[in-house]
Design a protein around this ligand. Structure first.
Ligand SMILES: Nc1ncnc2c1ncn2[C@@H]1O[C@H](COP(=O)(O)OP(=O)(O)OP(=O)(O)O)[C@@H](O)[C@H]1O
Length: 591
């Protein structure tokens, strides 16, 4: 029954409705109908239920009992045993009525929140290494198809939902959307599977089909239909940045880290997650524009007062030929013909480079490994050790020359001996990664010789002047660039005590020990190379203790061979403007 106040409230409501409708009800009949409907007892009870529910909603009630049906049935059994008094009989009969039992079972279902869908059990490791948040979707499949098409994303290698057919099971479920990435079907990982290998998994199954899905990006990302990954080309620590709006909301990163950029809406602060730190929470990172502005501001006084940014005169690096023996000194000494890098004043500071994941098929060629570093740092030494350690895996190019072959030399092993005419024709056809003249003869490393090593199924180790990396910085070679950095001057003094290097191009037997000036040159050159080409480096190795440096390099290159995902510049794959270029304009300067 309604309480008096509630009844009064309902009456007031009804009379106001009635007075409002008077002018619109033409016929007496309509008026009476409406009146009787509003005075209906059931309607008033509904109001009452509504009011109660509103009150409960506010209080957030918790069920006192969630197994009421079982309790009632136990009670009914006991009461039947001791049937004596009428009231007991009546209660036992009430508890045994089917509608009362149904009411209690509905109560229990609600109390146990049984109405929520039950998820299949997840294996312990199913979520472990996922950077993205995943969802598990279970659909009941009849013999009809699910009504979705899938495709392999060419850039990421992921299997994604290409299309959802209207009215199909997938569409009706509302749980699978276009752009969703499929990770597993019924516990079977789809990694490295082709769409045509996946289709039988789906068409062959009936009943419950479980999908592990990485949901498609948010609407704004979906409009660009691609995830955006950036490799950081500088270190960033919010604790050292007075300009950051909120240190706790910012993400620290190191050069080389891959960031997944989720928002570029703000001109100055983007939002990104750092891959590999186990967190999927985005934080603030300085935008390309902001970082460029702040770096330019910081660099200005340095440019006026600081040292010149061109290579020091002592830099000898540029032409380490790929010969397997060190018998002949001329090629090594010919490296001096090459000019150094140009001053960088007009180039923007490195910020971010858009990258995409690359899944190397075991049938694909190995990536080219480019080694760079200042003269004398030990690039040749590391290359030599790699070759000895695994001659089946690593290979080097055979250089071209126009000089006469000596008695001890073999064509195609020590050099390719060619005519000046041929050599010059190849220069005109841009067939050299680098070339130069030494004592009136040409020497050069051709693109063909790089191809030859790669075609043998080997990892080609190429040692070039940093200026020449651009000639092989293509999707065809997918170079992995390793920068060999010298250690501190103190460590150089200790480790290079007995080391000798080729220093004087005029003197055939110019191997001599390092001087203090050589060490300084080496460190300055390393800084210059880094400032000018650091955006191209994938890996840095500090060559202090040569055994340690070699081990680190070897492990890194072996990991690269096995790696499931490698990060390569997006422009190697995408010929269209990439997301970053669309969003921030062309990031000129970076090849
Ligand atoms: N970590 C190291 N400790 C001691 N000696 C080293 C180390 N790395 C290299 N060396 C020695 O230093 C000398 C120069 O090394 P290497 O020829 O490899 O230099 P490079 O980088 O190829 O320079 P360049 O092209 O000018 O020859 C060699 O005698 C080499 O054995």
């Amino acid at each position: 029954m309604l309480s008096r106040t509630e009844h009064r409230g309902v009456c007031r409501l009804i009379s106001s409705v009635m007075s409002g409708t008077e002018s619109h009800t033409d016929r007496e009949e309509d008026y009476r109908f409406l009146h009787s409907m509003l005075m209906e007892k059931k309607l008033h009870l509904l109001f009452k239920i509504h009011e109660r529910l509103r009150r409960f909603e506010k209080r957030g009630p918790v069920p006192v009992q969630d197994h009421a049906a079982g309790l009632a049935s136990d009670l009914a059994e006991e009461l039947i045993c001791q049937c004596g008094r009428d009231r007991v009989k009546e209660l036992a009969a009430l508890l045994s009525k089917p509608n009362f039992k149904s009411l209690l079972s509905v109560h229990d279902a609600v109390a146990q929140r049984d109405f929520e869908p039950s998820l299949p059990p997840l294996s312990d490791d199913s979520l472990e290494d996922d950077q993205d948040s995943v969802k598990i979707v279970s659909l009941v499949k009849t013999k009809d198809p699910l009504g979705a098409t899938i495709r392999r994303d060419r850039a990421t290698g992921a299997i994604v939902v290409a299309r959802i057919m209207r009215g199909g099971a997938a569409d009706k479920s509302g749980l699978i959307h276009e752009g969703d990435e499929l990770k597993e079907v019924n516990g079977v990982s789809l990694e490295h599977m082709k769409p045509k290998e996946i289709l039988p998994l789906l068409t062959g199954s009936q009943g419950e089909v479980t999908f592990k899905i990485v949901p498609a990006s948010t609407t704004e990302e979906m409009s660009s239909n691609k995830k955006l990954f950036m490799r950081a080309l500088f270190d960033y620590d919010p604790n050292d940045d007075p300009a950051v709006p909120c240190k706790d909301a910012a993400v620290a990163f190191k050069r080389g880290d891959v960031l997944r950029v989720v928002s570029m809406e703000d001109d100055t602060w983007w939002q990104a997650c750092r891959l590999g730190d186990g967190s999927t929470r985005a934080g603030l990172i300085p935008s390309q524009q902001l970082h460029e502005r702040s770096r330019v501001a910081l660099q200005r006084p340095k440019r006026i007062l600081g040292p010149s940014l061109s290579f020091p005169a002592g830099l000898r690096r540029s032409f380490r030929l790929g010969r397997k023996s060190g018998r002949d000194g001329e090629a090594a000494r010919s490296k001096r013909w090459s000019a150094g890098l140009h001053p960088r004043s007009s180039i923007r500071p490195p910020t971010y480079k858009e990258v995409i994941p690359y899944h190397r098929d075991p049938k694909d060629r190995h990536r080219l490994v480019v080694l760079v570093g200042p003269g004398g740092v030990g690039v040749d030494e590391l290359k030599r050790r790699l070759l000895i350690s695994d001659p089946d895996l690593f290979g080097v190019t055979v250089p071209y020359t126009t000089r006469e072959r000596s008695r001890l030399e073999t064509e195609g092993v020590d050099y390719h001996f060619v005519s000046v005419h041929m050599f010059e024709e190849d220069i005109l056809n841009h067939r050299f990664v680098e070339y130069g003249r030494y004592k009136g003869h040409y020497y050069g490393t051709s693109l063909d010789s790089v191809h030859r090593v790669m075609a043998e199924g080997k990892v080609c180790l190429l040692d070039v002047h940093p200026n020449k990396i651009k000639h092989v910085y293509t999707s065809e070679f997918k170079p992995y660039v390793v920068f060999v950095r010298p250690p501190s001057i103190e460590e150089l003094r200790i480790t290079r005590r007995r080391a000798k290097f080729l220093s004087d191009e005029e003197d055939e037997n110019s191997a001599r020990i390092f001087t203090e000036e050589d060490f300084e040159d080496m460190i300055n050159s390393a800084e210059t190379i880094e400032s000018q080409c650091g955006h191209l480096f994938d890996k840095e190795i500090v060559n202090g203790d040569v055994a340690v440096a070699f081990r680190e390099l070897k492990v890194d290159l072996e990991n690269l061979k096995e790696a499931k995902v490698q990060w390569i510049p997006a422009k190697w794959i995408c010929s269209l403007p990439t997301n970053a270029q669309r969003s921030v304009g062309h990031s000129g300067g970076w090849i």
